[in-house]
Design a protein around this ligand. Sequence first.
Ligand code: GLN
Length: 425
Amino acid sequence: MDDRFNAYLLRSDVPGRRSGPLAGRTVAIKDNISTAGMETTCGSRILKGYVPPYDAHVVSLLRDAGATINGKTNMDEFGRGTTTENSGFGPTLNPVDTTRVPGGSSGGSAAAVAAGLAEMALGTDTGGSIRCPAAFCGIVGFKPTYGRVSRYGLVAYANSLETIGPMGRTVGDISALLRVISRPDPRDSTMQGLPYEHDPVPSVRGRTIGVPAEFFGEGVDPRVAAKVRDSIETLAACGAKVVPVSMPTMKFALAAYYITCTSEASSNLARYDGVRFGPGAEVQRSWHDAFTAVRAEHFGEEVRRRILLGTFALSAGYYGRYYGKAQTARAQVAADFERLFRSVDLLAGPTMPTVAFRLGELADPLSMYLADILTVPANLAGVPAISVPCGSVDGLPVGLQLMGRPFDDETVIDAAAAFEAEVTA
Ligand code: GLN
């Protein structure tokens, strides 16, 4: 396998079982998902050499289903990023155009699928990390409803926002992979609802699709917006009723997301202290000095920035001002979705405001955070959201995003299948 794109951090060729729904099929796994006996670094130098003693729930399900796990994929360190340039092991390149980023943080998984190195992949989505790279690499990526796939064995970034989900070349593959990984697991107490056991029905007939004006606001490339509007027309031609709607809480979605995710990240990263995880700290030094040295040396810049932001947001005296407020804002975003889903079945808009960035283009962290504006609302509310390829601008792929009611992943998959059938017909 020729990995010119730095999609993989580790390759493996142990074939899966001969029977099962995924027998003979290759699946690449994002490197923040634990694989027994296979190094799992989360794209971080601090975990170099760490080999988990157990499989994540989704990984045991894949093995039981006969899948061949063909490696661990590159990612932004601990999932923090939108380009896969924040990996401790070098950036992944976009197979469509190697001067561009594949998107992030599941950029390695998307590149592996887009380049044909794996048929399917698992990614994780905390604020868009499955949908963004799917859009930038021209593949399908799905963030299931929060609680529908077990997070047991996923190295935590922001527990209340993240889900594991499928990436693939077709909606059919996404659905097949989701059927396998969406099985109950008593070890994840946030699991809810029934497992996904659906076979896609490519139809949107009779569905109402809301199009929030805010998804086409300032910062969205007009050429991307035009492609997505055409795609929504295609869905209307397939029998959907399309209505304009408004999501006023988009104003504070990004701020609510970044306060919440950095707070959870700062707490989750405390365990990398050179004692429990990470390269051994120098024993002659005081614990505080040793802890600081290990973390300063082995964490990348973006991870350190998030720790500082999150620790500040959670500190006594500022908790109410930042974290508390972010939770109120988050509840309002969820209420906005709830209100809209009383009159529409789906919401549609672009996945990303632009096409894939050039390598190095988003050097300023704030502009990187802004690129997440269209993906974070679904995470704040826990709703299912898919990105399906819907054409290209200057030869670079554009993704159409469809979001649905919580635990109605089936309707989202059906609509995506209808769109795919129409454009590939
Ligand atoms: N880009 C977002 C972030 O940096 C989302 C990342 C993700 O979904 N893991 O937090």
